[in-house]
Design a binder for this molecule. Structure first.
Ligand SMILES: *Cc1c(COP(=O)(O)O)cnc(C)c1O
Length: 403
């Protein structure tokens, strides 16, 4: 039996080139980057500033607009709560987001709601995309912020970020995007796309866990109330000694992404088509999210296998690392709130699996996955009384079950 990784949207391995760059900063170059009096401090600071430049470069930001955090969860918290608390004295108390955002965005908003802020959670269409007219109509004079993610971590859809940026700028509303799944995978330009804040995570792009970034626009300037009290590092927005090795790793990952992003994308896209073309030959299998060009990231395939419980499917695909719905909610057996927002009915949502592809996925991995899905679907449906009824022409929805 082989172990094969199809969970790149949950996390990625650290690229060996990234790791090589990091190692000296654990052992020989261990100075505190904020020490101003000796070579140990200077070399750590220099390495951090180089990493900052590489990250800024990938999104066309200025280096001083890059704030290091512990990951996208913290970046999202800082963007949403930090701006809300700074601007509440300016009469701004309304935030707009989507029902399909990552839990940490939704929970940050819920936290603010309990503290007197107003939150609008917009729905999405059946493909998972926001309605721009509805978005614009929802803006009020007291709207501070619109927070909409770039690539959805569960269904892979790409929101029309540049159009959202345009709307925000027109109405003087700040635009934050959670780009944890997009940074380093698709081209992003914060100036062209008029993005005021962007959350980035290291471990989604072959850098280590525990490091992230919040890009914070200087023009127009976004001010944030810091969530952590301390030494005032990172322009006062995020105190704490910077983790030099992790930052060097993220910088290297950003540089590699700049030169390899296009090739990675093409390879991942080939695998996406191979897998989805196969899946669509199976009766009653549905691909969730958008399948319109430029509206989805091909590294994510979310599929529902009607009449097969997601848990049974995962058990049957032995040795294959996949997740049911999003990794964050798969501990509970609740159907995914993201699929619910797309209008997918609960029974079908329970049968959904997320396969995610990354730069180290091979053709062999893909063939093995396809073979195993094929065998599993046949076997599990053969055992399913529901599937048999459907084959005999019985409309399952019309049955009144007796408990
Ligand atoms: C993984 C992820 C996060 C959380 O990032 P961490 O760096 O693990 O805190 C937030 N948003 C999205 C869309 C993600 O995929």
């Amino acid at each position: 039996m082989r172990n094969i990784y199809f969970d790149y949207l949950a996390s990625t391995p650290v690229d060996s080139r990234v790791l090589d760059k990091m190692i000296p900063f654990f052992s020989e170059k261990y100075g505190n980057p904020h020490s101003r009096t000796h070579i140990y401090g200077w070399e750590a600071e220099k390495a951090i500033e180089e990493a900052r430049d590489k990250i800024a470069n990938l999104i066309n930001a200025h280096s001083s607009e890059i704030i290091f955090t512990s990951g996208a969860t913290e970046s999202n918290n800082l963007a949403i709560k930090g701006s809300a608390y700074f601007y509440k004295n300016y009469g701004k108390k309304h935030i707009i987001t989507l029902k399909t955002e990552h839990k940490c965005v939704l929970d940050s908003c819920r936290y603010l709601k309990e503290d007197g802020f107003d939150i609008t959670y917009l729905g999405v269409d059946k493909n998972g995309i926001v309605d721009l007219n509805e978005l614009e109509k929802t803006i009020r004079p007291d709207t501070l912020l619109i927070s909409i993610m770039t690539i959805n971590n569960e269904i892979g859809v790409i929101q029309p970020v540049a159009e959202i940026g345009e709307i925000c700028r027109k109405h003087n509303v700040f635009f934050h995007t959670d780009a944890a799944q997009a940074f380093g995978k698709i081209p992003l330009d914060v100036k062209k796309m008029k993005i005021d804040m962007m959350s980035i995570s290291g471990h989604k792009i072959y850098a280590p866990k525990g490091i992230g970034v919040l890009y914070v626009n200087k023009n127009p300037r976004v001010k944030l109330k810091s969530l952590i009290s301390g030494g005032g590092q990172e322009r006062g927005m995020r105190s704490g000694t910077l983790p030099t090795p992790l930052i060097v790793g993220l910088g290297e990952a950003a540089e590699i992404a700049k030169s390899e992003m296009n090739l990675d994308y093409q390879k991942i896209s080939t695998f996406y088509h191979k897998i989805t073309n196969f899946l669509l030959t199976i009766p009653d299998v549905f691909i969730n999210g958008s399948r319109i060009e430029n509206q989805y990231y091909p590294g994510c395939i979310n599929a529902s296998f009607a009449y097969i419980e997601g848990e049974s499917m995962i058990a049957s695909l032995k040795g294959i690392a996949i997740s049911s719905g999003s990794a964050c909610t798969s501990a509970s057996l609740e159907p995914s709130y993201v699929l619910h927002a797309l209008g997918i009915d609960e029974d079908l949502a329970h049968t959904s699996i997320r396969f995610s592809i990354g730069k180290f996925t091979t053709e062999d991995d893909v063939n093995y996955l396809i073979d195993l899905i094929n065998i599993s679907v046949i076997r599990l449906r053969d055992m399913s009384p529901l599937w048999e009824m459907v084959q005999n022409g019985i409309d399952i929805k019309s049955i009144k079950w007796v408990h």
